[in-house]
Design a protein around this ligand. Structure first.
Ligand SMILES: [Zn+2]
Ligand SMILES: [Zn+2]
Length: 212
């Protein structure tokens, strides 16, 4: 005896059933439950998108991850994406069966600035390398190397200023500055200046005098 769907009266002889309802009705019910639009956060300066672990580079994995955070309780696979919409394969795992639908969802981008861009635009720096020497090409190479080293690690060079007999390189992270100098066998003379308090602790800016 074929079953008949209590909603649309389709017969189990013609169509797949999930429990007592036909697949058409089960899938359309799920379609209605899913949002047509979700809001995701993007950094308007660098384009990174925000997910559970903070801001990440805008890849399809990051997008999938961010979407999973807002469309909870489903398994989500990104099929395609354009600027302001995505097509997803969405699966709901129920005790008796799993239902999968494809759905195009509009994305509303909320524009913010990530922490890194915030610091860049505020001219933030923790350390200065006072590079001194007479070979300007050598100094330029030094700046390029340290810039690459910082950018690779998601940090940045705030500015490079001309100084007497050299350049002052302003850096976003003092630990990384020290790590760079030690790992590249650069001799330096450190000095520290107090520049404020952060949660009751003294904060120092580090200066490294380097002669090349
Ligand atoms: Zn039905
Ligand atoms: Zn950013």
């Amino acid at each position: 005896m074929p079953k008949h769907c209590p909603i649309c009266n389709r017969s189990s002889a013609d169509t797949k059933f999930f429990g007592e309802f036909c697949s058409y009705c089960v899938e359309s019910k799920m379609q209605k439950k899913l949002p047509d639009e979700v809001e995701l956060t993007v950094c308007h300066r660098c384009g990174m998108i925000k997910s559970k672990g903070g801001y990440m580079e805008h890849t399809s994995e990051a997008l999938e991850d961010a979407l999973s955070q807002v469309i909870k309780g489903y398994r989500i696979r990104l099929m395609s994406a354009d600027e302001d919409s995505v097509t997803l394969k969405i699966t709901e795992d129920l005790p008796e069966y799993s239902v999968t639908v494809n759905k195009k969802i509009h994305i509303k981008w909320k524009k913010q600035m990530c922490e890194r861009c915030n610091r860049i635009s505020g001219g933030y720096y923790e350390a200065v390398i006072q590079l001194r020497g007479s070979d300007s090409e050598k100094m330029e190479r030094f700046v390029n190397r340290v810039t690459r080293y910082f950018e690779k690690r998601n940090e940045f060079i705030t500015k490079v200023k001309e100084a007497d007999n050299g350049l002052d390189i302003y850096l976003s992270n003092k630990k990384l500055a020290a790590a760079y100098l030690s790992s590249h066998d650069v001799e330096f003379v450190p000095s520290y200046t107090l520049y404020g308090l952060k949660q009751g602790k003294k904060v120092y800016r580090h200066t490294y005098a380097v002669r090349i």
